[in-house]
Design a protein around this ligand. Structure first.
Ligand SMILES: NC(=O)c1ccc[n+]([C@@H]2O[C@H](COP(=O)([O-])OP(=O)(O)OC[C@H]3O[C@@H](n4cnc5c(N)ncnc54)[C@H](OP(=O)(O)O)[C@@H]3O)[C@@H](O)[C@H]2O)c1
Length: 274
């Protein structure tokens, strides 16, 4: 019998590639997204049969989508919490509303989704939760303080949950991508606009802009690679918790393990701000 995966934020980027990859491997794929009708017209090459409306900040849509999945396939084997975006810019320039929305989506939405699937996983005495965090969930990057805070939160949440899940045969993993070429740095970036007369953060913003312009994104990995890595994590049968994806994410982890923190921060500053 085919296995079933339930994915949030499957309209584009990592979520979409992951949905298509699992589908190609013969899985039932519940590809959830905020606007499935819009997506249907875009998915002309391969048609995923189960495009389902779900906004992670809307509890009712989570319940409806889960009911659709269990009514149709009886079992859910893997939940992939992928939906997310980033607030970018100096903390002082961000608004409380931006911060709340960021946490509502990346943290509270993910928690609500996880809470909703747990009764299903406990009844099955089987299930795997895969949270898409980031290499920014293990180390802080300049001007991503709010986004990084959400991803660190999900890392801590996941690391702690593994213990209480164990007796119900539920596993949890985090996928920590480095820079991936998706819409993330375009439509999924919510910039914090400053209203200062003379912007006290102009210098760091300019340095970051210059560094980004010089191609740190150009060297990003393809979303297809993340999809493959997620599939491997979903099927390796292990209790391994963390999966850094991409050379940059692996390098950051390696340097974090071997270098004194201040050395690592200097390297990171040089790399990201020039
Ligand atoms: N790209 C990278 O370099 C990178 C690196 C590390 C981690 N990540 C993480 O990877 C995940 C996917 O990002 P991506 O790179 O694939 O970017 P993306 O192509 O912009 O995809 C983001 C997805 O999240 C969805 N989303 C946002 N808010 C949502 C909400 N309230 N409810 C449901 N879905 C929502 C978007 O849906 P709509 O189409 O409706 O907007 C979209 O499907 C994110 O969690 C991101 O933090 C990305």
């Amino acid at each position: 019998m085919s296995k079933t995966v339930f994915i949030t934020g499957a309209s584009s980027g990592i979520g979409l590639h992951t949905a298509l990859y699992f589908y190609d491997q013969g899985w039932n794929v519940i590809a959830t997204m905020r606007n499935p009708d819009k997506r249907k017209t875009l998915l002309h090459e391969k048609s995923l049969p189960d495009l389902v409306h779900l906004d992670v900040t809307d509890g009712a849509s989570i319940q409806t989508a889960l009911k659709y999945a269990t009514d149709k396939y009886q079992k859910i084997d893997v939940l992939i919490n992928n939906a997310g975006y980033a607030v970018y810019g100096p903390f002082e320039s961000s608004t409380p509303e931006q911060i709340k929305k960021q946490f509502e989506t990346n943290v509270f939405g993910l928690m609500e989704m996880t809470r909703a699937v747990l009764p299903i996983f406990r009844t099955q005495q089987d299930g795997l939760v895969i949270n898409i965090t980031s290499m920014g969930g293990r180390i802080g990057f300049p001007l991503y303080s709010i986004y990084n805070a959400t991803k660190w939160a999900v890392e801590g949440f996941s690391e702690s949950l593994q213990y209480e899940f164990k007796s119900h045969n539920i596993r949890i993993k985090t996928i920590e991508p480095g820079v991936i070429k998706t819409d993330f740095y375009d439509r999924s970036l919510d910039r914090s606009e400053n209203n200062f007369e003379n912007d006290p953060y102009a210098e760091i913003l300019q340095r970051a802009q210059k560094s980004l312009g010089e191609g740190s994104m150009g060297s990003g990995s393809e979303p297809f690679m993340v999809a493959k890595a997620i599939f491997r994590a979903a099927t390796d049968g292990s209790r391994r918790l963390r999966y850094p994806i991409g050379l940059d994410a692996k390098l950051v982890n390696f340097l974090r393990a071997i270098l004194p923190s201040q050395w690592l921060f200097s390297i990171l500053e040089k790399f990201t701000l020039g």
